[in-house]
Design a protein around this ligand. Structure first.
Ligand code: ATP
Ligand code: MN
Length: 431
């Protein structure tokens, strides 16, 4: 390996047959090599695409021990090609190996040999050379871009709240604890209390960040570290924030289906636009549907995965389940005015899969204290949060949406581990 100046002149997607005769310098990875007579045909890939390089034996001599997936720099001229898959090709004048890939590689990055997801996750960087994997993460990038664009249009301000917290903000179940200079600290499971406080002053806030759940769940939808898309908005109630959520989902599907055509093709899955408006069923209607199908539930019972799979038979698409019993909801959720047993709350579902939970929040601190006590939480431990409610706390509502779960729906994939770089779950802490 020699050290050479890179001086890349073009991405592969930017060269075409109209540039015939032009000298270019490309950089990329060797995807394939075929020797035919006195020529070697090398396919070179960079992040934008793939092209064919023609090497004479003379040029090839300098790099005769080259392996697939090695990084090379190619200087050459654009010419017409006979190859069906390419628009033009490069006749190389010079090729340099910048980094050699050492074989055998742990997985086949071209995906011709299918690898178990664990092997792919163990070699994620190499897995990213698989165009399907790379496309998933390019789509993830576009989803994030779309979410931010829509939030900004709706006058939401992006915030970043602490992930290391000093007290168990929502009760303490499912929290990872850690030593913080001799004090007990936790990893935040959601930005809930901070985002509510920020409606004082910023009115509409959103955060897209990692949060942590110490649950021993082994499912395709649970991660110990997941990305939450959160909003909180002053002067809105649960109906208003359901509208924001529906708008966000529909527009994001649209954005991705328009902006990620190439990626959809590579993945082999065309994104299908969901239909709005999303159906709304109340918790009580969900119970009736279940009871008609002989899953006997009482008012106040939580809807478990098995129940949601039955409801999915009637509602395979997006829908809201609204008006949950107050006792199933956290202390900060507002009760319904006409029936305090119920709450102004909702889950957004895709079939059996919960994508988001939200609701109108209490903004009267006395009511919050009563609810805390009812849920066996000590109001004194929430004094720092509650003091903000004496500083002009507006009525507000919000929700949290799991980014990885949304991505599995957009992509038609059934495991959140496919859509996060290095998943954390009870079994997986490395790499
Ligand atoms: P579930 O009942 O499915 O475990 P939850 O009701 O505990 O979820 P919430 O506290 O309501 O989850 O969090 C809001 C959203 O964040 C969820 O609807 C989901 O999309 C996402 N989410 C929550 N926990 C996880 C997790 N462990 N892994 C991935 N996403 C999660
Ligand atoms: Mn929930």
């Amino acid at each position: 390996m020699i050290s050479v100046k890179i001086n890349r002149t073009h991405y592969i997607e930017d060269i075409n047959a109209d540039m015939k005769g032009q000298e270019v310098i490309l950089g990329g990875w060797v995807e394939d090599l075929r020797k035919m007579g006195k020529m070697t045909f090398l396919t070179l890939r960079d992040v934008t695409g793939i092209t064919q390089i023609i090497l004479t034996d003379d040029v090839m001599k300098s790099i005769d021990d080259i392996t697939r997936q090695s990084v090379v720099r190619v200087t050459g001229k654009i010419q017409d090609t006979k190859a069906r898959d390419f628009e033009c090709e490069i006749k190389a004048d010079e090729i340099n190996v910048l980094a050699k890939a050492v074989h055998p590689l742990p997985i086949d990055p071209l995906g011709r040999l299918e690898s178990h997801i664990d092997n792919r996750l163990n070699s994620r960087a190499l897995d990213m050379r698989n165009q399907k994997t790379a496309s998933i993460f390019k789509i993830r990038h576009h989803v994030l871009a779309s979410l931010r664009k829509i939030f900004i249009e709706k006058k939401f301000t992006e915030i970043t709240t602490p992930k290391i917290i000093g007290s168990a903000s929502e009760g303490g179940a499912n929290l990872f604890s850690l030593d913080y200079f001799g004090k007990q600290a936790y990893l935040a499971q959601s930005p809930q209390l901070y985002k509510e406080q920020m409606t004082i002053g910023l009115e509409r806030v959103f955060e897209i960040a990692s949060f942590y759940r110490a649950e021993k769940s082994h499912t395709g939808r649970h991660l110990s570290e997941f990305t939450s898309v959160d909003i909180e908005a002053a002067f809105m109630d649960y109906t208003d924030v359901m509208n924001v959520l529906e708008d966000l989902v529909l527009n994001t599907f649209k954005y991705v289906s328009e902006n990620c055509k190439k990626e959809q093709e590579i993945i082999g899955n065309k994104i299908t636009m969901p239909n709005g408006p999303f159906k709304k069923i109340t918790y009580s209607q969900a119970l009736e549907e279940l009871n008609r199908k002989d899953a006997k539930l009482e008012f106040g019972d939580d809807l478990l995965d098995s129940h949601l799979r039955i409801i999915e038979e009637n509602h395979p698409d997006f829908y809201f389940i609204t008006d949950w019993p107050i006792k199933l909801k956290p202390f900060y959720i507002m009760e319904k005015e006409d029936n305090p047993e119920l709450s102004e709350s909702f889950d957004l579902q895709y079939g059996y899969l919960e994508l988001s939970s939200g609701g109108s929040r209490l903004h009267n601190p006395e009511k919050i204290k009563i609810r805390l006590s009812e849920q066996n939480l000590d109001p004194a431990k929430f004094s720092e949060h509650l003091q903000a409610f004496d500083w002009g706390m507006p009525p507000h509502a919000g929700w949290g949406l799991g980014l990885e779960r949304l991505l599995t729906v957009i992509l038609g994939i059934d495991n959140v581990r496919e859509v996060i770089l290095y998943p954390r779950d009870p079994e997986r802490l490395k790499p």
